[in-house]
Design a protein around this ligand. Sequence first.
Ligand SMILES: *Cc1c(COP(=O)(O)O)cnc(C)c1O
Length: 494
Amino acid sequence: MYKLDPPPLLFESSRRGRFTACFPSSDVPGRALDDLIPAAYRAETPPPLPELSELDVVRHYTNLSASNMSIDTNFYPLGSCTMKYNPKRNERLASSPGLGAQHPYQAENTLQGLLAVLFELQQFLAEIAGLHAVSLQPAAGAQGELASLLVAAAYFRDRGEKRTKVLIPDSAHGTNPASAHLAGFEAVTIRSNAAGLVDLEDFRSKLDDQTAVFMITNPNTVGLFDPQIGTLARLLHERGALLYLDGANMNAILGAVRPGDMGADLMHYNPHKTFSGPHGGGGPGAGPIAVRDFLAPYLPAPLVARNEDGSFFLDHARPKSIGRVRSFFGNTGVLFRAYCYIRSQGPDGLKQVSEHAVLNANYLLALVRHVYPVPLGTRCMHEFVASARGMAREKGIRAMDIAKRLLDHNIHAPTVYFPLIVPEALMIEPTETESRDTLEAFAATLLKIAQEDPAQLHEAPHSTPISRPDEVKAARTPVLRWKDAGRSAEGVAS
Ligand SMILES: *Cc1c(COP(=O)(O)O)cnc(C)c1O
């Protein structure tokens, strides 16, 4: 599996007695170790830490950091993830001492600047959503889904209604049914129709008095806006059920249409997607949720609120709240970057963001669809899903081969094999921050790959340290102890 020699682990480069820092000898009188830590609490042998020089460590981590792809180094058309440029202005502001050096246990009157920012962000997110109240607490989109469903459950409990089901389209992100299950609901799948939208007949047949919530991503994961949304909302509300909007695709509709106006009662945002927070490698993210007024009492507590004298406080006095879902104020660093982004774009700028995101995706779609057919829809919103099924049948070139080969061209792979309703899916989202040149170069690369020798493609990538790790094994049986990993390719891939 290795194409190049794997870099040595720090433990392997270790040399007895090598060190990084030279301290002057201490002028504080020494004390016996036993006086400080009783022998019973001490290990018998020192921990097996690597011993290295400073330069060894600097090179090791610098090289590791450069062997990954990132937005700052590579085009990253990872569908659904909205991998847009992370403005450096936001990074500078987020790391300013005024924010970064605060401690969450500080007294509220010394945190007024931070609370003011969070309060305003709650208001901005409510406005963009067309909804009434916002909690910034959830730490990711998925946790926002869970928190929202707990809010819905608390609402129905309060009304003395027992509703057990959450309806979810088959094109949904996997976190939707997972959240429904975690929140104690039964997840019921709604089929997509031949156009890639909610199958209204299937929806009608499954909507009943047991239905608590319908979770929809709109535009959906196929990159299509579902124009039936008004009808769906009406049917749900007639039955007393709630409409949830998965806001992962807000980058397509900012300033154009608001979830509240579509009839949504509650939703989550992914600020690390829509509002340019850096993400990848598992976090951190944030997942603020917005709800209609009648659901506000159930939001996680505390919310950031304003006193009559204009000062800000954390409002814990919310008796119907589902309680905390995250420590302190949520992931402040991510939220602050979102705040900077929203403030620097302004309302018109946010609208342009979405217009350009949609324009870029459609331009790319037009450049590649004659070779990479897009089965659902003639145009798209901010992303589209091509299918390599034809190529797989005719030449044995699969979506995975294309994704892997792109790495040789220093392009991050699109999302593959999702959504599940498109066979051999390649889900491509360029975002608004890419130039026309980048889009054209990417399209040319995709077209070239389609002409390459299938046997060679099965071996791609050829230029990365690791070629094709067993991803399932890596996820299911991770090897986290360096000793156990040995130097087997499998172990390191894990
Ligand atoms: C990313 C995404 C989620 C989950 O959000 P996280 O912030 O990754 O937890 C949910 N739904 C859709 C459609 C997504 O793209």
